[in-house]
Design a protein around this ligand. Structure first.
Ligand SMILES: [Zn+2]
Length: 396
């Protein structure tokens, strides 16, 4: 652990940040050259500090002119700005714009084959956000930040997309940094389960709940843990990867490299594989499998009931460890509602301490495909609020 002494590099950097913030706050708005003159710092130092404080959401930068030349005006970011949420999934991009009171002002989604290329996926994301702002006549500088949901864990140290991502081509992608450069706005990234859980916590099935487990049952199988109202990421950003808990050590090899993970039993590909030959016309994908089950197809119902029992056994472990008061079931499989939820509830009742089982409600998610984009909005809000509470933003 590094201990900051008054003369250390980080103490000096913080002191310089305070001088820049103080100068900007006193003047309302300054060019970077004016900040350098006011503070006595070099232009290179000012440039670095402005970039850091801008990406942290403290300062905003707008084009202006100074003495007939193009320059950039630096001012404090407003606390009551707009918030953008973006959900990047394998086949679809969605962007949501909200005000600080959580009202959705605009929303747009497009089909796009994101899996092929990071470069094209990020370019399309930039286009979607820019289009949403332009069509709604929103000044980019009124946006405090952009939250982004991606289908894969985010490494806590590097901020890069980590293994096992649902988008192998995106492994190691620097989504936050790349989009920050493209959009000129602070960007905060988290995985899709955490984002969807935040969405449900603020807008949907998790409202008013302090300790909940969110299950995302779709092509991939993962979970998010909300403890005392906050997402728990774990030491390395991998908390909640329930899809890779071993449930059959003689089972199939998983995409993570282990054998018999939960996802090898209840991931979309495995569920569809269970249907007899010739049934693929009834259920070529997870959505149609769920629809057929809801219509009464006995084979599809059995597939979903067995999946519910397998998910229930892993959820029972989580309930014994964490004692949540709600389990919110999301992802495409959750469209089966009680056909899936009842086997989860039954297994929980059998395999969880009686008081833990009595304390927990198992319910369907409410926000559907919008959960992760809305949650990404909440991610921006929470990250900026935590930074402010930590004193990193408004100190001085
Ligand atoms: Zn696995």
């Amino acid at each position: 652990m590094t201990v900051d002494t008054p003369g250390s590099q980080s103490a000096l950097r913080e002191a310089n940040q305070r001088r820049v913030i103080h100068a900007v706050r006193s003047a309302g708005a300054l060019t970077q050259a004016e900040i350098a003159r006011t503070t006595g710092l070099s232009t290179a130092t000012v440039s670095n500090i402005v970039r850091e404080l801008r990406s942290g959401g403290t300062l905003m930068v707008t084009p202006t002119s100074s003495g007939g030349r193009r320059a950039q005006s630096v001012s404090l970011a407003r606390a009551t700005g707009l918030l953008l949420g973006v959900d990047i999934s394998a086949t679809r991009l969605r962007a949501v714009l909200c005000d600080h009171e959580h009202e959705v002002l605009a929303e747009e989604s497009i089909d796009y084959d994101v899996a092929q290329s990071v470069e094209r996926g990020l370019r399309r994301t930039e286009w979607l956000v820019s289009t949403l702002l332009r069509q709604n006549r929103i000044d980019r500088n009124s946006v405090r930040g952009v939250g982004v949901s991606v289908p894969g864990p985010i490494d806590a140290d590097s901020g890069l997309i980590a293994h096992p991502s649902a988008l192998p081509a995106w492994l190691g992608a620097e989504v936050a940094e790349e989009l920050c450069d493209r959009l000129g706005l602070p960007v905060f990234v988290d995985n899709d389960a955490n984002a969807a859980a935040l969405g449900e916590l603020v807008w949907g099935a998790g409202r008013g709940c302090s300790d909940l487990v969110y299950l995302k049952l779709s092509t991939a199988v993962t979970a998010a843990l909300v403890l005392r109202g906050e997402i728990y990421n774990g030491a390395g950003g991998l908390a909640g990867e329930i899809g890779h808990i071993t449930v059959d050590e003689h089972g199939r090899i998983c995409r993570c490299g282990n054998r018999g993970c939960l996802e090898t039993l209840v991931g979309a590909a495995s569920l569809l594989d269970l249907l007899p030959p010739g049934r693929t016309t009834v259920a070529p994908n997870l959505r149609t499998l769920v629809a057929a089950a809801v219509r009464g197809d006995l084979g599809c119902r059995r597939v979903i009931a067995d999946a519910g029992r397998a998910v229930g056994a892993v959820t029972a472990m989580l309930c014994n460890v964490l004692n949540p008061n709600r389990v919110v079931v999301g992802g495409e499989l959750a469209g089966a509602h009680d056909l899936l939820l009842n086997p989860i509830r039954d297994t929980l009742a059998r395999q969880t301490l009686a008081r833990s089982a009595a304390a927990v409600d198992v319910i369907s998610a409410q926000l559907g495909e919008r959960a992760a984009a809305l949650g990404a909005v909440a991610l921006v809000e929470r990250t900026l609020a935590h930074a402010a509470e930590a004193g990193a933003v408004w100190r001085g």
